[in-house]
Design a protein around this ligand. Structure first.
Ligand code: GDP
Ligand code: MN
Length: 396
């Protein structure tokens, strides 16, 4: 689950990670109120208005603006709220901005120049360990740094049995070239960041940039957090952080029906029980010359209701030219699934694309018979290779 910058910063603050302070707002008037409140709290003279969407690169797309007065806060919040923000991570259609984070300006002048760093923590699947990734090239796209100047990236793997060691946090601070108070602050920052990462069951924390202010404070200017869906049951309070307006509407609808759906770019919709069979089915679609339009696992108890919900979701994708239903009847019998398909078909009315149903397992023959005798535009197959052949025929 992805969350917004303002939510991620709230979490960081609870764990003692210093952040650029901010208050979220959804109207220009509330943005000005937030700025007044922020000035009382922090004494800041200037503000930054930051679009809250689930995508990075907002600065480049015009979603992060400096405001040097309350009037400018109002004007810039008004311009950003409601805009369709396009960044390198949103795709060309962009994302609608519903909230802005009004933040204190932390790039104020002082004894030294403010300096930006890159810091992230994620799971390295190759080593089965969490890894801290640090770079002096803060504020930049880390993929670009990795491609052009890989020597500017430092990685520190963390042994899960002992956790982050003091020397590792110090190594990161050394790699940034810090000394004195900034060094101490950075060690504290990295240590608290790691604790937050562990205790929230996150799969990614990315702080880009981490800022050393002109008076040697270390703080998070940006915060991207990815929380592990499979651990959310341990964090009931995180449920409210979910923003479904940021998610794919079809995936949200599928989730509500208990279906596991991922939209893809192809032309053959598929409905399968079991994730492994779904993956194999997608391979078969490719081998028969099609491209899967989606991944859809209807789960163990496929019935008329789940099949109908599956149909409806698949049919909302205008690219779908055919649907392949591939169900293995184990506990759920094929004749029941076949009846479910026929019933769902009748419920929805005329389905404009050909459907191939492959039922294998318990009562497969009975299932095939029900499909054949239904009089609907549905082809049945028992063997996967027949199903693939039929997909090929309907696409031709
Ligand atoms: P992103 O573009 O989505 O990664 O958003 P960030 O939160 O990283 O902000 C983008 C850029 O805005 C930062 O790299 C800074 O250069 C700038 N910025 C952020 N906060 C401030 C601030 O307090 N003052 C000034 N002057 N610039 C800021
Ligand atoms: Mn950033």
């Amino acid at each position: 689950m992805n969350i917004h910058e303002y939510q991620a910063k709230d979490i960081l603050k609870k764990y003692g990670v210093r952040i650029q302070e901010g208050i979220v707002a959804d109207t220009p008037e509330k943005a000005v109120e937030a700025a007044h409140q922020l000035q009382e709290q922090t004494g800041t003279e200037w503000f930054v208005v930051k679009a809250q969407i689930h995508a990075g690169g907002r600065g480049k797309g015009g979603g992060v603006k400096l405001a040097k007065s309350f009037d400018e806060v109002k004007e810039k919040a008004g311009a950003i709220l409601g805009m369709q923000l396009v960044t390198p991570q949103t795709g060309p259609e962009g994302k609608l901005v519903r909230k802005v984070l009004i933040s204190q300006d932390v790039y104020y002048p002082g004894a030294s120049e403010p300096k930006e760093y890159y810091l992230s923590i994620t799971l390295d699947r190759n080593t089965s360990q969490d890894v801290i990734i640090a770079s002096t090239e803060g504020g930049m796209d880390i993929e670009e740094v990795a491609a052009k100047t890989p020597d500017k990236i430092v990685k520190e793997w963390i042994d899960p049995a002992v956790g982050l060691q003091g020397f590792q946090a110090r190594k990161v601070a050394f790699a940034f070239g810090l000394s004195g108070n900034a060094f101490k602050e950075m060690v504290k920052f990295v240590t608290a960041l790691y604790t937050a990462y562990r205790e929230t069951d996150a799969s990614l924390f990315e702080i880009n940039p981490v800022l050393k202010t002109s008076d040697d404070k270390i703080l998070a200017v940006d915060a991207k957090m990815n929380l592990d869906d499979n651990a959310l049951y341990r964090h009931k309070d995180f449920a409210e952080l979910r923003d479904i307006t940021e998610e794919d509407p079809l995936e949200v609808e599928a989730g509500e029906s208990g279906l596991n759906y991922v939209k893809l770019d192809g032309n053959v919709g598929c409905m399968v029980n079991g994730a492994g069979l779904a993956m194999a089915t997608m391979d078969v679609i490719k081998l028969s010359g099609g491209e899967p339009a989606n991944f859809l696992d209807v789960g163990g108890g496929a019935n008329a209701k789940t099949v109908e919900a599956g149909f409806r979701i698949i049919l909302k994708d205008p690219n779908v030219k055919a649907i392949l239903i591939n169900i293995f009847g184990g506990i759920v019998r094929c004749d029941r699934v076949a009846n479910g398909v026929v019933e769902a078909y009748k419920q929805i009315g005329d389905i404009p694309v050909p459907i191939i149903v492959r039922l294998q397992g318990t009562n497969a023959e009975e299932g095939a018979k029900i499909i054949e005798e239904s009089g609907l535009k549905v082809k049945s197959a028992i063997l996967l290779k027949d199903a693939a052949q039929k997909v090929k025929e309907v696409l031709a």
